[in-house]
Write a protein that binds this ligand. Sequence first.
Ligand code: NAD
Length: 392
Amino acid sequence: MKDKIKLAVIGLGNMGIPHTNDIQQIPNAKLAAVCDIIPEKAKQAGTKLGVPFFTNAQECINSPEIDGLVIATPHYFHTPIAIEAMMNGKHVLTEKPIAVHAADAQKMIAAYYKAAEKFPKLVFAAMFQQRTLGYWRKVKDLIASGELGKLIRTTWIITDWFRTQYYYDMGGWRATWQGEGGGVLLNQCPHNLDLYQWLVGMPAKVWGFTGIGKYHHIEVEDEVTGYFEHENGMVGHFITTTAESPGSNRLEIVGENGKLVCENNSILFYRNRTSMLDAIHQSKKAFDKVENWPITIPYPADTGHPHRDILQNFVNAIQVNETLIAPAPEGIHSVSLGNAILYSSFQEKPVRMPIDANAYETFLNGLCEKSVFTKNSSQNQGPTDMTGSFTR
Ligand SMILES: NC(=O)c1ccc[n+]([C@@H]2O[C@H](COP(=O)([O-])OP(=O)(O)OC[C@H]3O[C@@H](n4cnc5c(N)ncnc54)[C@H](O)[C@@H]3O)[C@@H](O)[C@H]2O)c1
């Protein structure tokens, strides 16, 4: 067993730099290199952190000094870098969303299984750090242990992602079809979409309604309502925007045995004394209600370092085969949900899940071609090959 797992961070922006710092706090990990396509960024970080730096992901992957990679580039690059790394036997922890569209996510998953034939201990994880929080683990535990009984409805109003035009005007790859592949669904909401499917599973059918640049001068969605139908009869609603202030963050999960309300860091369980589904048919009163008791559910405290907890888990998975908190193949679900909402909205009809990944990719390519942003703008880094030239 190796004393320390040697990691490189690819993409040294808002998220990559904190990851380099977190890795240095992990006893059984070593920051072995950093990489960014912008040479000054790579050099500055490498010099400051005292590690080798690369300006090309391929060279970083090829380094024998690296056991695994943490990918914190804009989303489109997660796919080619992760695939190349895994095919070369390097473990991968990718930022969320694991990919821009389901077809890319499928390619990554296929590459992982192919690479694992040669490197059976390969680890492929995703940075869904909210899964480490005691709050969400408790909600998951309540649902999984059957406290709610049959699930009826899940509604998430997650509209506290307010962003100004000034934010969008800062430019870059964000909020463009070519650079990011979407708006609030691709940038702000991947964690919420992941938690949705982690808690209550994937829907069978998705209706999406989106406002495209409705409140901001952007070419992607800034207002979203998703309506979901699940195989088990549960319905879901996912409502989000970057244009509401004050926004809400309220998740209601209703089952026959009561209602969970997750809001303002509290989990309130309105616990039914008897099943409301039974009451519908057994009550002899026309306007009856099921007796219920509101209970505040306690949940465990967090470490205060959710990203570091995922990094630690990734390192432990490599070193001692610890079970992953967020296996990357599960990341295809949040990607597909976001894709399906957008696809349904543009087509003005529901999408059956799993989404037709190739059809959606073709559709997204069409949006990219019509994009008002120029392909070769240095501010707008779209999909590229490993050397940084555009392939689309
Ligand atoms: N888990 C979280 O809480 C969280 C929070 C913020 C961002 N993210 C994710 O992290 C990723 C990066 O976001 P960010 O805000 O740090 O972006 P950023 O623009 O601040 O940084 C991205 C960096 O990647 C570099 N880069 C671009 N293409 C590259 C390539 N091919 N090879 C090497 N480097 C490349 C850029 O030069 C830039 O320095 C996104 O996928 C985003 O969704 C996750």
